[in-house]
Design a binder for this molecule. Structure first.
Ligand SMILES: [Zn+2]
Length: 338
């Protein structure tokens, strides 16, 4: 087997994957047509072209445009199902998918209807492709504290399938500190805690997420590279770093994959996972991410498999399930390389 095919066949886990950012261009087009929405897109290629960015803010702008096209909760079933179908094609066995309800609630959509549609997508994907998924709820940095708390109220009413909260969006203008009370309450509710940090801002944003939000994992964490003390802290505390190399390239957080800090973090023994973030919007998937790491940063197949095992460790699964997964991953890997 060529190393490329071997990499594609590796069992994988994905921990940082946005549901809306996984929407297929043809699905977006079909939603626009079905719901009779006015748009600048005449065909799939127009949409694919729109998914090119000059910087992070331009990406956020594009993301918010897509939000505007979703005017019916039921579409999340198809988007979630197709996202997981794509994951299964990369031999991904478990996904923690991020959903940002406030973006859509502010457009008049209902939390329960959206979540139930996502759960149907997960259930049907499990039936058809055999992979498991849980949900993490992104409370979005632009939310007011009242809005963020109202999201926790919704979760408390129906926590099924929801494993953690997350904080995404513009981290320069909306630093983590503001959400300390929200994260404290989430912890009391038994939810795990993640935040995007160190993607579009410096290491101070990561320190704040640790100090004020008590996060167990960091989304991106690229700028930790600028602070050796932070790297040591992340290593000692075993805080998982959800790295999204191709996303960072597309938004300009790094200039090339060769410059991406994942090689350095991995070599230093940090608990690193690899993720596609918004695969549709960044023209990527887990296979492409792994192959980039192999080709541009010299990750061996063995090292990529270690990343899969570290991702299991980093996940919010029960320890028992983690053990089972580790065993089945190792069996699968052994049979591939034998
Ligand atoms: Zn993200």
């Amino acid at each position: 087997m060529t190393s490329k095919n071997l990499i594609k066949a590796l069992p994988k886990i994905e921990l940082h994957l946005h549901i809306l950012g996984s929407i297929r261009p043809e699905t977006l087009l079909s939603i626009i047509e079905t719901d009779n929405i006015e748009s600048a897109y005449n065909n799939k290629d127009d949409i694919v072209k729109r998914f090119e960015y000059s910087d992070f803010m331009n990406f956020i702008q594009c993301y918010m445009e897509i939000v505007d096209y979703i005017i019916d909760e039921r579409h999340f079933e198809r988007i979630t199902y197709e996202m997981l179908e794509n994951c299964a094609r990369c031999n991904t066995k478990y996904v923690e998918a991020s959903f940002s309800p406030m973006d859509h609630i502010s457009k008049g959509l209902q939390f329960n209807k959206m979540l139930n549609a996502i759960r149907r997508g997960i259930k049907n994907a499990k039936r058809d492709f055999g992979l498991e998924a849980d949900i993490r709820i992104d409370i979005v940095r632009t939310s007011t504290i009242e809005e963020a708390m109202s999201i926790l109220d919704y979760i408390a009413e129906d926590p099924n399938n929801i494993v953690s909260i997350d904080l995404g969006g513009n981290e320069k203008m909306y630093p983590p500190k503001r959400f300390a009370d929200v994260y404290r309450r989430a912890a009391k509710m038994g939810l795990h805690r993640v935040a995007h940090a160190g993607e579009a801002a410096g290491p101070e944003s990561i320190w704040e997420a640790i100090q004020y939000l008590n996060v167990e994992r960091i989304g991106h964490g690229v700028s930790a590279q600028q602070d050796p003390n932070l790297i040591e802290y992340l290593k000692q505390k075993r805080i998982g770093i959800e790295m999204c190399p191709v996303s960072n390239l597309r938004t300009g957080a790094v200039h090339s994959i060769k410059e991406h800090p994942i090689r350095d973090f991995f070599d230093k023994g940090l608990l690193v996972s690899v993720n596609s973030d918004d695969p549709s919007l960044f023209h990527t998937d887990m296979n492409y991410e792994f192959i980039q790491l192999h080709q541009e940063l010299g990750f061996s197949v063995d090292e990529l498999f270690k990343i899969s095992l570290d991702s299991i460790q980093s996940s919010f699964l029960d320890p028992k399930i983690k053990d089972q997964l580790r065993r089945s991953f190792t069996r699968e890997y052994t049979s591939l390389v034998e």
